[in-house]
Design a protein around this ligand. Structure first.
Ligand SMILES: [Zn+2]
Length: 381
């Protein structure tokens, strides 16, 4: 295949905006970024395809059905009611819809977490780069982990749900699998005050829920805050932690020292009314913080544009470039894929989108085109 090119009034290269550039690519990767000899007659901006590091695609079908500002037990009860009769096909349809919505908003890479295994299904069709993790709960993993099925179309692995919902063996089996298979290890960490109370004091609404739902559970109060518990389990190093809403400045520093990345889901945090993530301490610790969507069971949109708009409203001191980096260069770095994803530089994959946008978070753009591996995979002009 011969060289292809596209020009724009501006590009965002993963770090900053540059004017009047031409992107040249061959096959699946960018080979050069050049100055434009003549000014393109439009206000188009080309950006790297966005990377969503936290999503539960299988819950897309629950859009608008779940309550806001409720504790996790009440929320999950409603979720379970809605999904109790889901067939394999229902889960797959939900995943497919989530992938399609994501692509339409310029997302070209997703780290997905699911319980149903539907994201692993051969029925799922998408050009999106997918890391599909099956989430372990309870004592799953005490026996051999179920192997990723069939010839992998996408990268497949495991994640652990959370410190209060997984046994120690579950954690170690999942983490070992990820390390051996070069698959990022991710888990929910310190999402809510109720979780903090359960882990430190063994009390509160989550303890009552656990007692009522599983009378013979063997949950023992660790007596440790979430981060300390993860450290004690030895599962923190190099992981992708999700949420972190109740982490202290010292915890956030500890995450950075353990080479972790953190995924913040702004709409989901507001949906539940969690405490705000301490971004000042994240920055002081040089902790890479990416912006993810979570699912449509606790967010209004899978669009990272919408997530960034909420983040920018809550943290107005960040520049547009700094916010955009949290869905491009930063998640690429967290994935260890910074040489191929999240930027527009020679050698990177030709994953990018074309928009017209005034760089104003109150007026988000329509995505006009999306390219993945140099191929036009979505167009809406
Ligand atoms: Zn989640």
């Amino acid at each position: 295949m011969s060289e292809q090119s596209i020009s724009a009034a501006q590009i965002f290269d993963g770090c900053s905006f540059q004017s009047q550039k031409q992107i040249i690519w061959e096959k699946d990767h960018i080979i050069a970024i050049k100055d434009c000899s003549k000014l393109p007659q439009n206000s188009k901006i080309i950006l790297p395809g966005f990377i969503n590091l936290h999503c539960h695609l299988e819950l897309t079908a629950l859009e608008g059905l779940l309550p806001q500002k409720k504790d996790f037990p009440q929320w999950v009860e409603v979720l379970q009611k809605h999904t109790a009769a889901f067939s394999t096909h229902d889960w797959e349809k939900s995943v497919q819809k989530g992938l399609d919505l994501s692509l339409q908003s310029g997302v070209t890479s997703i780290f997905d977490v699911g319980n149903s295994g539907a994201t692993w299904s051969a029925e799922i069709s998408t050009p999106i780069r997918l890391w599909a993790a099956v989430e372990l709960l309870g004592n799953a993993g005490e026996d051999t982990l179920p192997p990723p099925l069939g010839p992998p179309k996408h990268r497949r692995g495991y994640s652990a749900h959370a410190l209060y919902s997984c046994g120690g063996d579950c954690w170690h089996k999942a983490k070992d699998f990820c390390q051996k298979n070069d698959f990022p290890f991710s888990f929910h960490l310190a999402e809510s005050l109720a979780e903090h109370k359960l882990l430190t004091q063994g009390q509160g609404i989550m303890r009552s829920w656990l007692d009522a739902k599983t009378p013979h559970h063997n949950f023992k109060k660790p007596g440790l805050a979430p981060l300390a518990r993860a450290l004690k389990l030895g599962v923190l190093q190099g992981s992708i932690a999700v949420h972190g809403n109740t982490l202290s400045p010292e915890d956030l520093q500890n995450l950075a020292q353990n080479q972790c990345g953190l995924v913040h889901c702004p709409q989901s945090a507001e949906w539940f009314g969690h405490p705000p993530l301490d971004m000042l301490s994240c920055d002081k610790s040089d902790l890479p913080v990416s912006i993810g969507s979570d699912s449509l069971a606790s967010a209004h949109s899978l669009s990272l544009w919408e997530q960034m708009a909420v983040f920018a409203k809550n943290h107005p001191h960040y520049s547009v470039e700094e916010v955009l980096a949290r869905v491009t260069a930063v998640p690429a770095q967290i994935l260890g894929e910074e040489s191929s994803l999240g930027s527009l530089t020679p050698g990177s994959k030709a994953d990018f989108m074309v928009v017209e946008w005034g760089q104003n978070w109150e007026q988000l753009p329509q995505v006009q085109q999306v390219y993945i591996s140099g191929k036009l995979v979505y167009e809406n002009i």
